[in-house]
Ligand binder design. Structure first.
Ligand code: NAD
Ligand code: GLY
Length: 367
């Protein structure tokens, strides 16, 4: 039996015309029939999850879906960023085809960002597109990856390099799932929460600072606010620039350095959120050296990232290797790396920077 929710459920709309949808945020949502009402009616559903999340939450989801779909199939992927590959993606297509799934089949992504990104990519491409629903079970996925329609797999030469923009029908953020999340994963999710402050909302940064202890203690009210405000900011950005023609790139603050750490060390060595946290320290140092923020701002943001339990020093791959890896970034143009920098507190911008300055930042920020 689930405890009754202490937090009132909330909705954040994503305004994308005929691709608009809602993000539901609350407790005990997976086991509540109302959560699944109004979703596409279809004969079949396919739950995509992984071997860590399946034993925790798949039965709860399956019970609800059984009253909406005549058949509920499941594909359980191996867990880990290192499995975000073509080979693993193909297991989803195997499951869809071997079960005779038609083009109305609804895919439910139950898990963290790795499951969500792969299930979303499968939904975008199976029979040229079938409906899908995001059921994110990590903090990182609830505040970022499940929202906005970016789907992808990794390539050995670059992170998230193969993918599609494809919006879900709904995002269901059941805060109760965060109770089983390992502490290291909670910290990784906090990196993406912190990100929204310096790029868009300094009042939110103040709130995160004041509530870091409550967030680390997983107090439902604190988690609910962090997820809601993060989703509101992401919805505001994606509503203006769904396919990253410009503005949306600000959501990649810290990611250029972070993706280099992830692919340079081998996927799965550092968590994505850890790499983003450290990448934000590096991007802030670059902003400082470009004269865009002062040292007090850089120190404040670095201290907050540390307070979330995230690493502050990057791995010593060498400046030349970082540069080589960062040139594969999706924001690079004609081989020129473009960084998301903080252009004054609460405001982000895209900038190129001299190689020597970037190398100086890398040397200063790696141990
Ligand atoms: P993840 O999906 O690997 O999940 C982290 C770990 O937690 C995994 O071991 C998972 O099995 C486990 N887990 C998940 N839910 C759990 C729960 N409730 N209880 C216990 N364990 C649980 O990692 P993540 O941090 O969720 O996502 C990172 C991925 O998201 C990266 O691949 C990144 O590139 C991607 N991402 C995508 C976007 C986007 O816009 N699409 C944005 C940010 C990140
Ligand atoms: N996480 C970056 C984006 O969704 O654009």
């Amino acid at each position: 039996m689930q405890a009754s929710p202490a937090i009132t459920a909330q909705q954040v709309p994503i305004a994308l015309g005929d691709r608009a949808y809602n993000i539901l945020i609350g407790q005990a949502l997976i086991g509540d029939a109302a959560t699944w009402a109004d979703l596409p009616v279809a004969h079949a559903a396919l739950i995509v999850t992984n071997d860590t999340v399946a034993p925790l939450y798949a039965a709860r989801l399956r019970t609800q879906l059984a009253s909406r779909h005549a058949v509920v199939h499941q594909v359980t992927l191996p867990d880990g960023e290192e499995h975000k590959t073509w080979q693993t993606l193909n297991l989803i297509f195997d499951g869809l085809l071997s079960n005779g799934c038609d083009r109305k089949t609804v895919i439910y992504a139950l898990g963290g960002g790795v499951v969500g990104d792969m299930a979303g990519f499968a939904a975008a491409s199976y029979m040229r597109g079938v409906p899908f629903v995001q059921v994110p079970t990590t903090l990182l996925a609830q505040v970022d990856s499940s929202v906005g329609g970016k789907t992808a797999i990794n390539h050995p030469l670059g992170k998230n390099m193969i993918g599609a923009f494809y919006q879900p029908q709904r995002v269901v953020c059941d805060l109760d799932t965060l109770t089983t999340l390992p502490a290291r994963e909670l910290s990784a999710g906090l990196a993406e929460v912190i990100k929204y402050g310096p790029i868009a909302d300094m009042a939110f940064l103040d709130w995160i600072e004041a509530n870091m202890a409550a967030l680390l203690a997983r107090e439902p009210a604190a988690l609910a606010h962090a997820v809601r405000r993060s989703c509101e900011i992401k919805a505001w950005v994606v509503g203006q620039d769904e396919r990253e023609a410009g503005l949306r790139a600000i959501l990649n603050f810290g990611h250029t350095f972070g993706h280099a750490i992830e692919s340079g060390l081998g996927y799965g060595e550092w968590l994505h959120g850890e790499a983003v946290g450290c990448g934000m320290v590096m991007a802030t140092q670059l902003s400082l050296r470009l004269g865009l923020v002062d040292a007090a701002f850089a120190d404040r943001l670095t201290a907050l990232i540390g307070a979330a339990g995230l690493p502050l020093k990057g791995p010593r791959l060498g400046a030349a290797r970082y540069m080589e890896l960062m040139r594969v970034d999706k924001k690079a143009e004609a081989g020129e790396i473009r960084f998301v920098v903080i252009d004054g507190p609460g405001r982000a911008a895209m900038r190129a920077a001299p190689d020597a300055l970037v190398a100086e930042v890398i040397d200063a920020c790696c141990a």
